[in-house]
Design a protein around this ligand. Structure first.
Ligand code: IPE
Ligand code: IPE
Ligand code: MG
Length: 250
């Protein structure tokens, strides 16, 4: 029985987020330059997206570039930005064919103009697609996201659009980059590191976490299926008891 056929399509995570890590180490391990790992990583993105789409997962968020990644050597940053542009160009027909809607989270205004242009064109031309949302985290940092949410909420309070007492969890939710997406159900990190690295702090409040030693360029469809099967083996209790879950929350 294939891994894929063991997956229960009635118990899929609605929102899967992935910290795609280990490109550099994957390349180094075989004597290549780090950037070759990023090139190879693009193929892994294709596989994860295809696997998620085929399974019927509705949202896939991929951590592609963090606010901290600007501290890397210029050559590596340039390579990543160029790869983003060329991959978007190349994948657009596939997005259309597979009904993939593209969106981004993060401060996109700081990306190179070429990347901004390619992104806005791809977002515009896929905006009516409905099968899956591919959400790319670019120049994304959860703390930056929270700062910008606090700023826009404060502005509205100053402008008397609502009162301080009216602030609740929904207010915060709706001012984050992810305002239109459900909470993350399942967070995957590749490469053996067990940390969050400033990714989606608010949105993973109750996510199931999955860490694998596999480097991102080796994370293929089978690895994705294995991760989803692992998710399906867990009991999500949200503070309740096992007995309550078994008796349908009573
Ligand atoms: C993840 O791989 C890709 C990005 C952060 C852009 P890394 O480049 O972090 O690879 P390692 O962790 O150094 O091996
Ligand atoms: C997190 O990976 C960012 C992305 C995957 C884009 P990093 O490799 O930058 O994280 P640290 O530095 O190991 O925490
Ligand atoms: Mg890394």
């Amino acid at each position: 029985m294939s891994l894929k056929s063991k997956i229960n399509s009635n118990y899929l995570p609605k929102h899967v987020a992935i910290i795609m890590d280990g490109n550099g180490r994957w390349a180094k391990k075989q004597g290549f330059k780090r950037v070759l790992g990023h090139r190879k990583g693009v193929e892994a993105v294709r596989q994860a997206l295809e696997a998620a789409t085929e399974l019927g997962i509705k949202t896939l968020t991929l951590f592609a570039f963090s606010t901290e990644n600007w501290n890397r050597p210029k050559y590596e940053i340039d390579t990543l930005m160029n790869l983003l542009v060329s991959s978007l160009k190349k994948e657009l027909p596939t997005f259309q064919k597979n009904n993939v809607k593209l969106q981004t989270i993060g401060n996109i205004n700081m990306l190179p103009k070429k990347a901004q242009k390619e992104l806005s064109e791809s977002i515009e031309s896929t905006k009516n697609n409905t099968k899956i949302t591919l959400n790319l985290a670019l120049n994304y940092g959860a703390r930056e996201e929270i700062v910008s949410a606090v700023r826009s909420i404060s502005k509205k309070i100053v402008n008397n659009e609502f009162k301080i007492e009216e602030i609740d969890e929904n207010t915060i939710n709706s001012h984050l980059y992810t305002f239109n997406l459900p909470d993350v159900d399942f967070l995957i990190r590749t490469s053996g590191e067990k940390r969050i690295s400033n990714f989606l702090l608010w949105q993973i409040a109750y996510a199931e976490l999955y860490f694998t030693d596999v480097f991102w360029p080796d994370f293929n469809k089978e690895e994705f299926y294995e991760a989803i099967l692992n998710y399906q083996s867990r009991e999500r209790r949200f503070g309740k008891t096992s007995e309550q879950i078994e008796n349908n929350n009573k």
